[in-house]
Write a protein that binds this ligand. Structure first.
Ligand code: HEM
Length: 442
């Protein structure tokens, strides 16, 4: 448990799997857990027995932060989850709606480029810039405008993702509630909930007033959720939309700083495709084939959710020859799968070219590459997430050349990880930009 509660549970679990095999049974506290570390067994869980494992375990953060397990990502399987999932797919994240926010993406992208331009020749904290971009983008898509409580909200979302993820000892002793109380975890989660809830309640009230006055022009996601009377999905939009995209672009840039030839190739491609246009446009993205390989390789080596989101079995079934009883927690160590030398040659190496002439994709069909999960509970935000990642990375590559600060050598750049709900770079990436192509004004 000590090892799991540390900074890199995906690594500790992979090391155990190297010794004990691709299916391990761990008795964590009073909870029976299996840990899966191969593509073959992941396929058994997420395809052959997908329905059996379509539920989620009841963990403390899902109870408090997820409005008593009513949040779509953390709610157990059943009619209620099916209804929320349908709203997600049909109303919130369908292609038409994702496209309808193109003008918001373009405006926010221009602001990101301007903000970096204003700090040119100085080291910029790229993680902070990207987080602000993704946060503002998600806030505008969801709330219709930037939140007045922007700063408070940003902090609360960050704290929420730290609390919702990771391994908390109390989660493995559900009948001993005092464990979470003594560890201070319960109080911290409650405080975070009160903060998030007060901000979200204010936003909902404002929207209700706007509805009464018939002021709805361009429907934002709160309008949609109020129309269908489900606002429990708001938190997922923020974690999915902000943290995952920010982390992916930061890791991609870090890897390219360590591999200047890859950076050069990606920059040449973006600059050729965008040509004489003032900035990157969404219509350019289809042609950025090499940059897409860089993103795929980043989602293999530095996936934001290395352990996906835990599942729970609803009835007894057989996995890899073992009988697994109902109510067993299943952790899929996707990171271990992505580092498996049986599926990937030199898995530790950052090599976008490995995806050339290779049909492997992240849509949930190829179990050696499942950064978005697979089966019934696969991430419904893939297109929105990938679009935000592609746009911001393309803009960074098009407008700027990048150097490490203080004459640092590329081999000195650290790649240390920290783990909460998502896996992020422990020390934010600081780089010095040089402007190559002037951004258009907003
Ligand atoms: C790089 C970006 C993203 C990554 C890597 C990612 C990854 C994941 C993963 C691994 C899961 C669990 C899947 C499983 O259990 O099989 C998940 C679930 C989910 N994601 Fe994402 N995600 C991303 C972006 C987004 C975005 C942009 C949104 C929404 C705006 C979103 C919303 C959700 C929701 C609602 C679920 C829960 C689905 C369910 O339990 O039915 N994600 N995501």
């Amino acid at each position: 448990m000590n090892q799991l509660a540390g900074l890199a549970p995906h690594r500790s679990l992979r090391d155990l799997a190297l010794k004990y095999g691709p299916v391990m049974h761990l008795k964590l506290g009073s909870i029976s857990t299996i840990v899966v570390s191969s593509a073959e067994v992941a396929k058994e869980i997420m395809k052959t027995h997908d329905l059996v494992f379509a539920s989620r375990p009841k963990i403390l953060s899902a109870k408090v932060l997820g409005y008593n397990y009513t949040d779509v990502a953390l709610t157990p399987y059943g009619a209620y989850w099916r209804q929320l999932r349908k709203i997600c797919i049909l109303e919130l994240l369908n292609t038409k709606r994702v496209q309808s926010y193109r003008f918001v993406r373009e405006e926010e992208l221009a602001l990101l480029v301007q903000s970096i331009t204003s700090s040119c020749a100085e080291p910029v904290d790229l993680a902070e810039k990207l987080f602000n971009f993704n946060h503002d983008l998600t806030t505008r898509i969801t709330f219709g405008k930037k939140s007045d409580d922007w700063f408070r909200f940003k902090g609360a979302v960050r704290e929420g993702t730290l609390l919702a993820g990771g391994f908390h000892v109390g989660d493995f002793f559900p009948s001993l509630e005092f464990v979470s109380t003594l560890s201070g975890m319960k109080a911290r989660i409650k405080k975070n909930f009160i903060e998030l809830d007060s901000i979200l309640s204010k936003v909902i009230e404002e929207h209700l007033m706007k509805d009464e006055k018939n002021e709805v022009e361009h429907e934002d996601l709160v309008d949609v959720l109020l129309r269908v009377k489900k606002n429990e999905e708001l938190e997922d939009l923020f974690v999915g939309g902000t943290e995952n995209a920010t982390n992916t672009v930061e890791w991609a840039m870090s890897e390219m700083m360590k591999n200047p030839l890859i950076m050069e190739k990606a920059q040449t491609e973006v600059r050729t495709v965008v040509g004489r246009k003032p900035t990157v446009q969404e219509s350019d993205l289809n042609e950025l084939t090499y940059m897409k390989l860089v993103i795929k390789e980043t989602l293999r080596l530095h996936t934001p959710l290395p352990l996906l989101i835990p599942r729970e079995s609803m009835e007894t079934c057989t996995i890899n020859g073992y009988e697994i009883p109902a109510k067993t927690r299943a952790i899929i160590n996707y990171w271990a799968i992505a580092m498996d030398p049986l599926s990937w040659k030199d898995p530790e190496k950052f090599e976008p070219e490995r995806f050339i002439n290779n049909s492997i994709d992240f849509k949930g069909m190829d179990f050696e590459f499942i950064p978005f999960g697979a089966g019934r509970r696969i991430c419904p935000g893939i297109s929105l997430g990938v679009m935000n990642i592609e746009l911001s990375l393309a803009a960074l590559l098009f407008h700027f050349d990048w150097k490490l600060p203080n004459s640092m050598k590329s081999e000195e750049l650290d790649m240390d990880e920290s783990f909460g709900l998502t896996l992020f770079k422990r020390n934010s990436l600081r780089l010095v930009p040089t402007l190559r192509f002037m951004p258009s004004s907003v």
